[in-house]
Design a protein around this ligand. Structure first.
Ligand SMILES: Cc1ncc(COP(=O)(O)O)c(C=O)c1O
Length: 378
């Protein structure tokens, strides 16, 4: 049979534009991470790689401030890690309470429902956070086995304070899962001090690595519950009792780890340790303040109260009469700067500006403010 040429299209060398990614993610990877990605490969059970896996686990624990025994990068994006957190904590029929004050809480609701949970949505306006009284009232009414909260809601720019939530979870014998996709490596996180049982993240935000891995950490209470499950985790790929054997001491094959992505993550985490976690959080705060002051000088206001505003993601209110999409398109085409519009309840009402990891630098803030000023003054 003759070979068909139908899909042998003409292509040219890949030439991507030099975008400055100041949206909700991905952010630009650090040049050292990009270099690390291109290291030559070893096998996924090679002693070199096994050593690297240990380093990645250790450095992830530092970034999250946890001693959790299972602290690994899931092969997949942040949603895969989110699904792993849900699949390994929730059993069919469980009562699950999820904080819905933005887009990603809704995703957790969807996932927990698919795993057969009876899910209660605890709602709040987009851009606000839950206080302990609201959480307690919701827990009293649905008696959850699992509580899910988004620490850094990328759709709103709000930070969920976590102090005191553990005490409530202890009262109700409830596991606490938190989404740290837009906070890990950029915003204060003290998982063990806050008594978080499971947390997940993505590589493409404040870690300054391309998208592709989803850091996940599971604490002792989750592992205990995992052992006592009446049925196996209904997702083979994300079952941490299986994956854990590859990342743990047994090193038995489960799936082929994305080797080069792990090189990249290792470098990204090394950069955090070199900079020092507290200094890195402080850098994010300083540059966010620079942005917020500059926005105010342009007559623009932020959607979220300063007290709970994320330094990694700012939602900026779109002034009346301004086409938010047009502004974002002009910034991209004329200035090579990517920002994003609002999602869901905030669509058309805000721009989302990310200052994440490597991108959280004063020169980027100044460039964006100057470009925004030009575009808005047209
Ligand atoms: C808060 C939050 N959770 C989960 C996700 C899902 O991550 P991913 O898009 O990497 O699958 C995102 C992605 O933007 C996010 O911002």
């Amino acid at each position: 049979m003759p070979v068909s040429d139908a899909h042998r299209i003409q292509t040219s060398d890949l030439d991507t534009p030099p975008r400055l990614l100041l949206g909700p993610g991905p952010s630009n990877a650090h040049p050292r991470v990009l270099r690390a990605l291109s290291n030559r490969q070893v096998g996924h059970l090679d002693p070199t790689f096994i050593h690297l896996m240990n380093e990645v686990q250790s450095l992830l624990k530092y970034a999250w401030q946890t001693e959790n025994p299972v602290t690994i990068p899931v092969s997949g994006t942040g949603s895969a890690a989110m699904e792993a957190a849900v699949a390994n904590t929730v059993e069919s029929g469980d009562s699950v309470l999820v904080g819905c004050n933005g887009y990603f809480g809704e995703r957790m609701v969807d996932m927990a429902s698919r795993y057969g949970a009876s899910v209660t949505r605890m709602e709040a306006a987009w851009g606000t956070a839950f206080d302990l009284e609201t959480i307690r009232t919701a827990m009293e009414s649905c008696r959850p086995q699992v509580l899910g909260l988004v620490h850094a809601e990328t759709s709103t720019g709000a930070r969920q304070p976590l102090e005191g939530v553990r005490d409530l979870c202890d009262e109700f014998d409830c596991l606490l899962i938190i989404d740290t996709v837009t906070s890990l490596g950029g915003v204060e996180l003290f998982l063990d001090e806050w008594g978080v049982d499971a947390a997940y993240s993505g590589t493409q935000k404040c870690l300054s690595c391309p998208p592709g891995l989803g850091p996940l950490t599971l604490g002792p209470r989750v592992l205990e519950r995992l052992e006592k499950r009446s049925r196996p985790v209904p997702n083979w790929y994300l079952d941490m009792s299986l994956v854990g054997k590859y990342w743990g001491s047994e090193r038995t094959y489960h799936h082929t780890a994305p080797i080069n992505m792990n090189y990249g993550l290792r470098e990204a985490l090394r950069l955090i340790a070199e900079e020092d976690l507290e200094a890195r959080w402080e850098r994010h705060r300083t540059n966010a303040n620079l942005l917020w002051d500059g926005l105010a000088d342009l007559g623009l206001s932020c959607h979220v109260d300063k007290e709970i505003r994320l330094p990694s993601l700012t939602t900026v209110r779109v002034p009346d009469g301004v086409d938010s999409g047009q502004v974002a398109r002009t910034l991209l085409t004329e200035y090579n700067i990517e920002i994003a519009g609002g999602l869901g309840a905030l669509a058309g009402k805000v721009w989302r500006v990310g200052l994440m990891g490597f991108n959280s630098r004063p020169e980027n803030v100044m460039l964006l403010l100057a470009a925004l000023k030009n575009v808005l003054h047209r």
